[in-house]
Design a protein around this ligand. Structure first.
Ligand SMILES: Cc1cc2nc3c(=O)[nH]c(=O)nc-3n(C[C@H](O)[C@H](O)[C@H](O)COP(=O)(O)O)c2cc1C
Length: 191
């Protein structure tokens, strides 16, 4: 059993990373293998709408000068996908949007690629827009026929400066509960 997490922040090891690591720590304690990939510093192209993936149906994007194909394979191999993003102008980061657009199109080109995998979104904002980010990421899971577990609150945190999220105790608890619920669901789906 494995969960792969992607941090869409342009700031490595920032607040979004803290929340994702919190979820992954609980999953690891439940015996689930975890991996965190941080997109900070990477050039990730957006979808060019060439629709080649619908012709080749080979689960690959024709853009090959970035790591998205590697990331798509990691999603396909995982039982759970955890996507975290800071809120930028009331939406997810452009890196996360580019990843979702391309992974979403490539996996939709071959039916049921992500079906029944577990998906969870995490969003951080200084003040406003985290719910929009959270909702938007969930659209990717839901249209992919994935199963989305809840937590004891929506999976959002409020923070601005690096590591400030450590003071948002409710967000930390939400991540702990999310980790437990993801683990419970993945184990149920595996039996
Ligand atoms: C380009 C940019 C746009 C932002 N837009 C918003 C916003 O719309 N709402 C908000 O509450 N915070 C906004 N923020 C603040 C970040 O969401 C906040 O600093 C968050 O903690 C960053 O997470 P990170 O440490 O994982 O990068 C913005 C930050 C940047 C860099």
């Amino acid at each position: 059993m494995k969960v792969v997490a992607f941090n869409g922040s342009a700031r490595k090891d920032g607040n979004t990373a803290v929340l994702l690591k919190r979820v992954l720590k609980v999953l690891a304690a439940e015996g689930i293998e975890t991996e965190l990939i941080q997109l900070a510093g990477e050039q990730i192209h957006g979808c060019t709408a060439c629709r080649a993936c619908f012709e080749t149906k080979n689960q690959r994007c024709v853009i090959t000068d970035d790591k998205v194909n590697e990331y798509i394979q990691k999603m396909i191999q995982a039982d759970g996908i955890l996507l975290g993003s800071p809120t930028y102008f009331a939406m997810m980061s452009p890196e996360m949007k580019a990843l979702i657009d391309r992974a979403g199109f490539v996996t939709r080109a071959t039916p049921d690629t992500l079906k029944y995998k577990v998906g969870a979104a995490v969003a951080v904002a200084r003040r406003a827009g985290a719910m929009t980010t959270f909702d938007a990421i969930n659209h990717f899971f839901l249209i992919s026929q994935m199963i989305v577990p809840g937590s004891s609150y929506w999976n959002i945190g409020v923070a601005n400066k690096k590591n400030e999220i450590e003071t948002d105790t409710e967000a930390l608890k939400t991540m702990d509960d999310l980790g437990k619920n993801m683990a419970w669901l993945i184990k149920k789906l595996k039996t």
